[in-house]
Design a protein around this ligand. Structure first.
Ligand code: ADP
Ligand code: DP6
Length: 325
């Protein structure tokens, strides 16, 4: 019997990963850049045991159906290939984040699973190798191996596609993200399906690929200069460009709901009132504000006039993978 437990935190991309050039290896079309957060995370235990007759997957106390289990099983197959291990496994996971609601449960979920497997089988993977392994489960998971600002190098093959931290700890301490939870139910179109449809059919997708390297360069320079205005402006612009691509997909779709637009408008109002903050969104209707810690209370007070206080959750920069005993 081999057992390992790990915790991984979600990350939110400021410059988005949107589209794959290799769906099996999960190689992205573009580099991306994220901030790992402390408020949302996953804890996962994995046990490999010769007596098991199949893989099983418990999420939040419930045994998962064949479809959900097969995704975990496919990842375990990659781990078994990498190691000498032949046994089936039992995976028991708890999401301290709503699942599949555009709040990056796949990032924390698969990063925690990768780290738990590394621990259980004593694979002794370096952080970079662990990032590559997590990537095979879900692209954004490769960034959750590390804390703070993290860049995922798209690479050209399995060996060259991994995330690494930007080492900007002293600035991440000044920053916060405020989540406006407009809906925490499972979304209709997963990130995986949404990006695939966009790559294959959206006439706006080539425009996205042209823009990302420029946005990324601006964001990295802003981080190195601790220039919040520039980082926030490019974060919001990059999110809008990503979401724009879905409107030209066939059939078209959007992750936005009327409440997402209400939240975006609230961010613009805050800015007009001199409280600097910027929004970003992922594959779901929830809106995340990037803000400096010093302005968080004022923004929260304003947003409480528009949304229920239970819908507002603040987060700060979070750490990388943690091994649990
Ligand atoms: P999200 O916006 O929450 O990341 P996605 O559609 O991108 O939504 O991914 C959700 C999928 O991630 C789930 O359907 C499941 O396959 C996987 N996932 C989420 N949490 C876990 C977990 N704790 N362990 C393993 N897989 C998970
Ligand atoms: C919009 O990493 O969930 O959140 O690699 O298919 O598992 P798969 O997709 P996933 O996609 C995340 C997309 C995004 C942007 C981002 O996190 O960079």
């Amino acid at each position: 019997m081999h057992k390992g437990r790990a915790r991984a935190y979600t990350n939110i991309a400021l410059i988005k990963y949107w589209g794959k050039k290799d769906e099996t290896l999960i190689l992205p079309m573009n580099n991306s850049l994220s901030l790992t957060l402390n408020a949302f995370y996953t804890e996962t235990e994995v046990i490999f045991d010769e007596t098991y007759t199949q893989d099983s997957f418990y999420l939040d106390g419930e045994l998962q159906d064949a479809k959900a289990t097969s995704k975990v099983s496919q990842f375990l197959d990659i781990v078994r290939q990498l190691s000498e291990e032949k046994s089936y496994a039992q995976v028991t996971s708890k999401n301290f984040v709503p699942t599949a609601a555009g709040l990056a449960s796949s990032a924390s979920g698969l990063a925690a699973l990768a780290a738990a497997c590394n621990e259980a089988l004593d694979l002794q993977l370096s952080d970079r190798a662990l990032s590559r392994l997590a990537r095979r489960g879900s692209g954004s998971a490769c960034r959750s191996i590390f804390g703070g600002f993290v860049e995922w190098e798209q690479g050209t093959d399995d060996a060259s596609s991994y995330a690494q931290p930007l080492n900007s700890d002293d600035w991440t301490d000044d920053l916060a993200m405020l989540f406006i939870l407009v809906n925490d139910q499972q979304k209709d179109i997963s990130s995986r399906d949404g990006m695939k449809r966009t790559v294959e059919t959206s006439s706006f997708y080539p425009g996205w690929l042209e823009e990302v390297p420029k946005d990324l360069a601006i964001a990295k320079k802003a981080i190195s200069e601790k220039d919040f205005t520039t980082l926030g402006t490019v974060t919001e612009a990059n999110c809008l460009k990503m979401h724009g691509t879905t409107l030209a997909a066939v059939p078209p779709f959007t992750y936005w709901s009327p409440d997402s637009l209400k939240a975006m408008q609230a961010v613009r109002s805050l800015r007009s009132a001199g409280i600097e903050c910027y929004f970003t969104m992922d594959a779901g209707p929830n809106v995340k504000l990037l803000i400096e810690k010093k302005n968080l209370a004022q923004a929260q007070a304003y947003l409480e006039t528009l949304f229920d206080s239970a819908q507002l959750v603040s987060a700060f920069a979070g750490p990388g993978i943690e091994i649990l005993k």
